[in-house]
Ligand binder design. Structure first.
Ligand code: SF4
Length: 416
């Protein structure tokens, strides 16, 4: 996938490691804490939990003086780059910089006095701290002369159903960038978030043509995970597939760990990051199913997340009819049927167990396979032999009695 070339910025410290954004760096995944930053213990616990989930960068809100006062202790107890999210109070940005924060997120539009924005820029420049300039659709609509502005701005993207909003976000960004560039500050990342997926796609496309600063992608206020995932991933996935985007946050009205999990899964699916942990393939089930596959898949997923670090493919299939074809490429696979499961490792059958033992045995095989990969005895994606589907009638289709006997029944169809 060709990625659009952007300038590169770096965030972090020796303690946290440096995360690069833009240029040839991997697309990074960000999220934000939801607790009060000044509650140091719970803030640290939340940041560490999100970092363990895979977050590359974590943002915290600093609306109060007490929040910036807590920052140096929080920074001491965490090992992931942290961004201070500043709205309205420029002093919070300066205080965060003094506390050693790794990056500032600023919307210059809600800091009325230009000299205040200047002082934040100077403080960041002095310590080489990057700033994300973030405009959001919701925070840029000018209320006073909204109708007139909409008509004026709508002319720029006249054939777009929300052209005035695109124009407004881009105009605002240009205006803000001028402030930063006039002070020779280029350690910048930019975002222009909308709650509408189509508007987000079109705005980021347009921005990527105009500026070479790295882009932070996001669909803001996307809602709960069930619907927010679709809205976010359709927009961000489209942009990333076009090579647009250097870092991202998926925003849910839910546990932020899901934002990280889904952001990473999107990047892995697009081949933009190396997968960490197992990739689970599972059949959607149909009328052939003879085990509780949904529960099994969920349990397998949880166990793999706990025990497997190498990016092996694991397939959980409901039957032996189509399962082998559908599980092609899996390193470890189970085909279930008639309350039993046959387990394969790289094409070789290794077990045939009753339903209640499938989870444990499958995990055991995955852990063993992981050790062999780590010891260089096995290679991911290789197959010793092609999986030969067991006879659906004899082995799994007609019950464990047949499996035990190892017999294969013959059937005839049609009429003479
Ligand atoms: S693997 Fe079997 S049970 Fe699952 S969807 Fe395919 S045919 Fe149906």
């Amino acid at each position: 996938m060709d990625r659009r070339t952007t300038r590169q910025i770096s965030i972090g410290s020796e303690r946290t490691g440096i995360v690069r954004i833009g240029g040839d760096a991997d697309v990074s995944v960000q999220t934000m804490t939801s607790g009060s930053t000044c509650d140091i213990d719970s803030c640290v616990a939340e940041i560490n939990r999100l970092a363990a989930a895979g977050a590359d960068i974590v943002r915290v809100a600093v609306p109060k003086r007490a929040d910036t006062e807590a920052l140096s202790e929080i920074l001491d107890q965490t090992r992931v780059p942290i961004v201070a999210d500043v709205h309205f109070h420029y002093q919070r940005a300066i205080e965060a910089v003094e506390a050693g924060i790794h990056k500032i997120r600023l919307n210059p539009g809600n800091i009325a006095d230009r000299t205040h924005v200047d002082s934040v820029i100077d403080a960041c420049a002095e310590r080489s701290i990057p700033i994300r300039i973030g405009v959001n659709e919701g925070s840029i609509i000018e209320r006073k002369d909204k109708k007139q502005r909409m008509e004026e701005l709508g002319k720029f993207f006249a054939d777009h159903r929300q052209g005035h909003l695109m124009a407004l976000m881009i105009t605002k960004l240009e205006e803000y960038l001028e402030i930063f560039e006039s002070r020779n500050f280029h350690d910048i990342c930019i975002s222009a978030k909308s709650m509408d997926a189509r508007l987000a796609i079109d705005t980021y496309r347009e921005i990527s043509k105009r500026f070479d600063y790295p882009l932070h992608l996001g669909v803001t206020h996307a809602g709960p995970r069930e619907t927010g995932a679709i809205r976010s991933i359709v927009a961000l996935g489209t942009l990333l597939a076009e090579g647009i985007g250097d870092t991202l946050r998926i925003s849910y009205a839910s546990d932020a760990a899901y934002e990280v999990e889904d952001g990473l899964e999107m990047l892995w699916s697009l081949g933009l990051r190396d997968r960490r942990g197992a990739e689970l393939i599972a059949c959607p089930t149909c009328g052939r199913i003879q085990v509780d596959l949904f529960q099994l898949v969920q349990d397998v997923r949880d166990k793999l997340a706990e025990h497997i670090e190498v990016p092996m493919k694991v397939a959980v299939m409901g039957c032996v009819v189509n399962g082998p074809g559908e599980a092609e490429g899996a390193d470890v696979a189970v085909f279930a049927g008639d309350r039993r499961g046959i387990i394969y490792v790289q094409g070789q059958r290794v077990a045939n167990v009753p339903e209640e033992e499938i989870l444990e045995r499958l995990l055991e095989e995955c852990v063993q396979f992981q050790s062999r990969v780590n010891d260089g005895e096995a290679k991911l994606g290789e197959k010793a032999v092609d999986i030969l589907p067991p006879d659906p009638i004899g082995e799994l289709g007609s019950g464990s009695g047949s499996i035990a006997k190892g017999t294969v029944e013959q059937i005839s169809i049609g009429k003479t």
